[in-house]
Ligand binder design. Structure first.
Ligand code: GDG
Length: 489
């Protein structure tokens, strides 16, 4: 039985008693911005599955969230300590903002986090940029996050939950000052094998930071094992492979697999909302005016998502199997991301070029094979797009989980669509019923897309039902994480 969102607060209290929850992440759940009207400040909630799932829990528990104050009016809305009560309409918990300078953002965020750790963890060492300045800022900013966390924990017994690769060093800094606190970390991206992770000159420091947690969570057991092997080989930790623990300086860190999910009900309801049928018809009329099937892709414009590879596979499909020309149209949403980084800018240009070439080559006066939408759509529109689609292609070259795959399945309330999923996305370990592809092999991939498009309706419906029935929710994810963590502290 899936756990209901409002059962999580009571569960947390049962598991952790009166301990206070402090969540620490790079991204904040509420951002203040200057509105169009002069002098007015408005609040935005950055879209994201994790923030929208953790926010109600913090509201129920009244804890604290420590995050980078990235909004342009954030500094004008906090008190002298950098605190603001949220949500604005009915304040229930504290958001503690860590203020970063432009240099911090350049070197800690765009530099070390996204030009070193991100490519390294996604098995692209050639794309890493190693700079002393980046590392120096990463350390400094992690120290600031740790200080803010310690202040928020106060003299009380807190449970501190760190998120992601931006904050690998903070747990050790907190542990040194408050050894009795319960610390856990969830790593949202892949953790690479030893042979890759060791390429970073600071690998040992990063691992020592992470090993200070009681629990290091990853999406897959394979990532947890990679982490343990690195802890052993690089940091000299003692590993118990059966229990999946690493012991360093007398402290035991447990590593575990906790595959994340989405708010399934939210997507299902958005896909089934009144008026959706009409919206789907309008989408079909816009993208496939001559009829035929429609495929979708939804990705951040990131090299880990395999966009050029997906386009190459589609090009092979229309080239080798002309029966799909004018009978199969592809809509790719590619939200601009980290565009200050050269590799991302180059990728975006490459994708533009490929789409242009495909459309020139196969397009006709009445039909455009690929529609590229380089913009962010509201979540409800995404659900409609997912439900309308006959096919969704997730072509990640490497991905911790990939939530799009799960969102597509949750939104497929008619069970008509097929999920074509890269075997290198974490989601592939769970989604039995998906058509698995190797995005490095565009010809093979185009064959699989062809098979998927030809699948009889009953087969599609059965595969979709299997995936829908097997899918857990983000609330189940939190339940299993908290239960495991509470048993350790
Ligand atoms: C990291 C890991 C892991 C995309 N376009 C729009 C939009 N999105 C939303 C999707 C989805 C999210 O962005 C992307 O999630 P992914 O899981 O695909 O990837 P990352 O951003 O790389 O996230 C990943 C995840 O962390 C969670 O642990 O699964 O492996 O890399 O939710 O819907 N949302 C809206 N408009 C868009 O145009 N509203």
């Amino acid at each position: 039985m899936p756990i209901a969102p409002d059962e999580l607060g009571p569960l947390f209290r049962t598991l952790f008693g009166g301990r206070r929850l402090v969540v620490v992440s790079n991204r904040e759940p509420y951002e203040h911005r200057w509105a169009q009207e002069v002098g007015e400040i408005e609040v935005q909630r950055p879209a994201g599955g994790l923030t929208s799932a953790l926010d109600p829990l913090l509201q129920a528990l009244g804890g604290t969230w420590v995050a980078w104050g990235s909004g342009e009016a954030d500094a004008d809305t906090v008190d002298a300590e950098g605190r603001v009560r949220v949500p604005p309409e009915s304040p229930a918990y504290t958001l503690r903002r860590v203020r970063l300078t432009q240099d911090d953002v350049t070197h800690y965020y765009l530099g070390f986090s996204n030009q070193f750790l991100w490519p390294l963890c996604h098995l692209r060492p050639a794309l890493t940029r190693i700079r002393a300045r980046h590392w120096e800022r990463y350390r400094r900013v992690n120290r600031r996050f740790a200080e803010a966390t310690l202040e928020e924990a106060g003299g009380r017994d807190a449970v501190v939950w760190f998120h992601d690769y931006h904050l690998a060093l903070a747990p050790l800094l907190v542990r040194r000052r408050r050894p009795e606190l319960a610390l856990a970390h969830f790593w949202h991206i892949p953790f690479p094998p030893y042979e890759i992770f060791r390429l970073g000159p600071q690998a040992g420091d990063l691992l020592r930071g992470m090993l200070a947690n009681d629990l290091m969570g990853f999406h897959l057991a394979g990532f947890a094992d990679n982490f343990l092997r690195c802890a052993q080989q690089i940091a000299g930790a003692e590993i118990d492979w059966e229990a999946r623990t690493a012991t360093l300086d007398g402290h035991v860190c447990h590593a575990g697999a906790f595959p994340i999910s989405i708010d399934v009900e939210q997507f299902r309801q958005a896909a089934d909302a009144p008026g959706v049928e009409g919206q789907m018809e309008r989408l079909r009329a816009r993208y496939a005016p001559g009829g035929g099937m429609v495929g979708v892709g939804v990705d951040r414009m990131d090299y880990s998502k395999g966009l050029p590879e997906k386009l190459k596979a589609l090009e092979f499909l229309w080239e080798r199997y002309p029966e799909f020309r004018e009978r199969f149209t592809f809509v790719q949403v590619a939200v601009p991301s980290r565009s200050d980084i050269e590799a991302y800018d180059e990728l975006s240009q490459k994708v533009d070029r490929q789409v242009w070439e495909i459309n020139e080559r196969f397009g006709t006066a009445d039909w455009r094979p690929v529609h590229l939408l380089k913009q962010s759509l509201p979540a409800e529109r995404l659900a409609v797009l997912y439900r309308m689609a006959d096919l969704c292609i997730v072509s990640s070259l490497q991905d911790g989980m990939n939530l799009v795959a799960k969102e597509f399945v949750a939104s497929q309330t008619d069970g008509r669509g097929v999920l074509v999923l890269s075997e290198f996305a974490g989601a592939a370990e769970e989604m039995e019923g998906a058509v698995l592809v190797n995005p490095y092999d565009p010809e093979g991939c185009s064959l699989r897309i062809r098979e998927a498009l030809g699948m009889p309706p009953e087969e599609r419906a059965a595969a979709m039902r299997r995936m829908q029935e097997g899918m857990s929710t983000i609330y189940d994810w939190m339940e299993s994480y908290f239960t495991r963590w509470a048993a350790l502290v």
